[in-house]
Design a protein. Structure first.
Length: 312
C-alpha cells in the first residue's frame, strides 16, 4: 500500500485540525448531482474516540486514524443516466500525529498533487503552503548499500541500540537511465539474482527496492523508491500488533516504520559513509561490483563445463 507523509503548516494544533475536519458541516458546500439534485455523499470520521499515545525514538506522540469518503461528478459524464458512470467516489485514510509542536500525517496515497488536493479539501485549506509533502530523501546509492549489507552483513544489526536487521531483499525494480527498459524481480530467494541482474548492464539503475526488515519484535516488508514513496505490506506483517483491529495495526505499524525504522536505516547508511574506516566508500563499492562480476563469471564457467560434459 502506497503511503506518503505530509506536514501541516497551518499553525493549528492536532486537536484543532481534527475538530475542523470532523465539523465539516459548518464549512462544507455540498456538491449536487446534476441529474437528481441530490447532495453527494461526504463523510469524515475518526476511529479512535480518544487520541492515542505512542513513544518512538524516546519521543511521545499523540495520534488518531481518520477515514474519509466523498463523491464527485465525473467530468464529461454529467448527463449520463447511469449513476455509477456519472458519480465516482474518493476514499482513504489519514494517520495524523503530533509531538506536541509539529503535526504531520501519513495517508494511503502517493505524495503528488492529486493527494494534496484531497487533503486540502478535507481540511478546508485554501492557502498554498498549509500542507506540504515531506518525503524521505532516498538515493540509488542507498539501495546498492542495502543490497551490500544483506549480502555481507545480514546478521549484524544496523543500529547499536536496537535490533534492526535487513533480513533479505525480496523484490526490486531497475530501469535504464533512458527509461526504455525495465528489469523486475520478485521472490523470497531472489537475493543472488538481484545482485547479478541489477548491475549486469552498465546503465542499469535501481529505482525501487523491497526489503524484509526485522525490528525488535516486528517483521515488516516495505518498499522504497527514489521519489521517497513508501509502501508497507500489512498482509505480511508479523509482530505484537498482528491481532489488532485493521486501523489499529495500520496506525502503529505505519508510525513505527516512518518514525523509527526508516530513520534508523537512513542514519546507518550515512554513518557507514562517514565513519573513519568508511564501511561504505567508493573503493568498497568497486570491490562489491568486482565480486559480483567474479561470481557471474564463475557461474558461466560452471555452466559451460556442465554443458561440455553433457555433450561428450
Amino acid at each position: 500500500m502506497t503511503l506518503s507523509r505530509w506536514t501541516d503548516n497551518s499553525g493549528s494544533s492536532m486537536e484543532e485540525i481534527l475538530e475542523n475536519m470532523l465539523n465539516y458541516e459548518s464549512w462544507l458546500t455540498p456538491e449536487v448531482d446534476p441529474l437528481t439534485d441530490d447532495y453527494l455523499r461526504y463523510r469524515v470520521s475518526k476511529l479512535f474516540e480518544e487520541n492515542q499515545m505512542i513513544t518512538l525514538n524516546n519521543q511521545e506522540f499523540s495520534y488518531n486514524y481518520i477515514e474519509y469518503e466523498y463523491e464527485r461528478v465525473r467530468p464529461g459524464e454529467e448527463t449520463n443516466e447511469m449513476r455509477s458512470s456519472r458519480i465516482y467516489s474518493i476514499s482513504g485514510y489519514i494517520i495524523i500525529y503530533t509531538d506536541g509542536i509539529n503535526t504531520q500525517c501519513i495517508t494511503d496515497r502517493s505524495g503528488g498533487d492529486y493527494t494534496k488536493t484531497i487533503l486540502r479539501k478535507l481540511n478546508n485549506y485554501s492557502k498554498r503552503l498549509e500542507l506540504t509533502p515531506n518525503p524521505f530523501t532516498i538515493s540509488e546509492d542507498m539501495f546498492i548499500w542495502m543490497i551490500y549489507r544483506v549480502l555481507n552483513y545480514g546478521e549484524i544489526s544496523l543500529d547499536e541500540d536496537a535490533h534492526l536487521l535487513l533480513q533479505k531483499i525480496i523484490g526490486f525494480k531497475g530501469s535504464t537511465n533512458d527509461r526504455l527498459a525495465e528489469v523486475k524481480g520478485t521472490g523470497n530467494k531472489i537475493m543472488n539474482l538481484l545482485s547479478t541482474l541489477a548491475f549486469l548492464f552498465e546503465n542499469e539503475q535501481v529505482s525501487f527496492i523491497k526489503p524484509r526488515i526485522e525490528y525488535e519484535k516486528e517483521t515488516v516488508e516495505i518498499s522504497l523508491d527514489l521519489n521517497g514513496t513508501i509502501d508497507i505490506d500489512f498482509e505480511t506483517y508479523i509482530g505484537n500488533h498482528i491481532m489488532s483491529q485493521d486501523y489499529e495495526k495500520k496506525s502503529i505499524v505505519s508510525l513505527i516504520t516512518f518514525l523509527e525504522i526508516i530513520p534508523k536505516i537512513l542514519t546507518s547508511y550515512h554513518n557507514d559513509k562517514e565513519k573513519e574506516d568508511a564501511p561504505w566508500s567508493i573503493d568498497e563499492k568497486v570491490r562489491f561490483f568486482t565480486s559480483i562480476g567474479e561470481s557471474i563469471q564463475e557461474k558461466i564457467i560452471e555452466k559451460i563445463k556442465l554443458a561440455s560434459s553433457e555433450a561428450v
